[in-house]
Design a protein around this ligand. Structure first.
Ligand code: SF4
Length: 355
């Protein structure tokens, strides 16, 4: 090895490399490039969890790699399974940090909701993930592994970046994770199978249009007036609606794909007729579809879940102003379905004194 070269990725980081990049990684180790391809196929297609399971690898080579640390970047810490098939998994990373990912199966799809950061810096008032701020960004491999973890049970068809964290604040790793998961020699997920959800990082919305124009953008809007939005999505103070809409205008010019507006229904905060009017107006401007998401009660957040009648009334008001909205059915109602809740519960358990 050339000592002047930067250190090679640890084995647990190899999931963050495409198959071609694994070939280059092998070459940098003085191995034939096809060894990297064998490694990638073993991880992504054959379910290998250690180097010893890589088909065609000599024992000494596998033992050497295994000796450097785990091949996979996370292990399952705990899981909750709901009656409707939704599975929320808590993964423990190499440094002990915990992240959630959720498997959402239907008859025709298997969607995995992944996290992009440990915690979240945005601090939306209705979300458990942001209650304690952000601890660190996830690596591309840690993001990609969340998909692989559930893919091994049933092939994944769709990936949504709607778990903990603001994906556009971890931009480079987000883009690399999409490249890895879309690699035709790996899982080969089509770009249109990805949805990136943002709370409104205006500058990166423009960048995403250039770098990944085929993925779907979901804007977590939650209020379409500055006063309400700044109260419940603090990022709005940094990029108020005028700036956000300027970025969305640019995005719409560059990308000919329908975007989605995500709107958490908070009975006490964003469900007046005026809110419905502003939301419909914004959606019409972009031809966007609106997903209305009744708030899932979260401990330590101040909000109230709306009643069924309140949800119906708001949806009707949005429709009366011309907006196209659907109320998202609640999945995983009998588990800690809201983002960040399982992790919070696990950390509270770990910190609780043992009597
Ligand atoms: S809703 Fe999303 S952006 Fe807001 S705090 Fe939670 S994870 Fe962060």
């Amino acid at each position: 090895m050339d000592p002047s070269r930067p250190p090679l990725p640890a084995p647990r980081s190899l999931l963050g490399l495409t198959i071609d990049e694994l070939g280059a990684w092998a070459a940098a180790r003085g191995l034939p490039a096809f060894r990297g391809r064998q490694l990638g196929e073993a991880i992504w297609r054959q379910g290998a969890t250690s180097a010893a399971q890589i088909k065609g690898w000599p024992k000494n080579l596998a033992a050497g790699l295994d000796g450097e640390g785990p091949l996979l970047p996370a292990v399952e810490d705990r899981r909750q399974e709901a009656g409707d098939g939704t599975i929320k998994t808590l993964l423990k990373l190499h440094d002990g940090k915990l992240v959630e990912c959720v498997s959402i199966p239907t008859a025709t799809r298997h969607t995995v909701c992944v996290s992009s950061q440990v915690g979240c810096p945005v601090g939306c008032t209705f979300c458990a993930s942001g209650l304690n701020g952000v601890e660190r960004d996830l690596t591309a491999g840690e993001i990609a592994y969340q998909v692989l973890h559930h893919h091994r049970v049933r092939p994944v068809t769709n990936v949504v970046f709607m778990g903990s964290g603001e994906p556009l604040f971890n931009y480079a790793n987000l883009i690399q994770a999409i490249r890895v998961l879309a690699d035709p020699d790996g899982l080969g997920l089509g770009r249109r199978r990805f949805t990136v959800s943002t709370s409104g990082v205006a500058t990166r919305i423009r960048q995403l249009a250039v770098d990944e124009p085929q993925v779907t953008l979901a804007l977590s809007i939650h209020a379409a007036d500055d006063e309400t939005r700044s109260r419940i999505v603090p990022l709005n103070r940094r990029w108020p609606l005028a700036e956000l809409m300027a970025a969305m205008d640019d995005y719409s010019t560059l990308v000919n794909r329908r975007m989605t507006l995500e709107y958490v229904l908070l009975a006490d905060a964003n469900m007046t007729t005026g809110h419905a009017h502003d939301l419909a107006k914004l959606a019409l401007r972009y031809g966007a579809h609106i997903n209305l998401i009744p708030f899932n009660p979260v401990i330590d957040t101040p909000h109230r879940r709306p009643t069924t009648n309140e949800v119906k009334g708001f949806a009707a008001a949005v429709a009366s102003f011309g907006g196209h909205a659907t109320v998202r059915g609640q999945r995983g109602a009998d588990i800690d379905a809201a983002c960040g809740q399982l992790r919070r519960r696990a950390e509270a358990t770990a910190k609780a004194p043992v009597h």
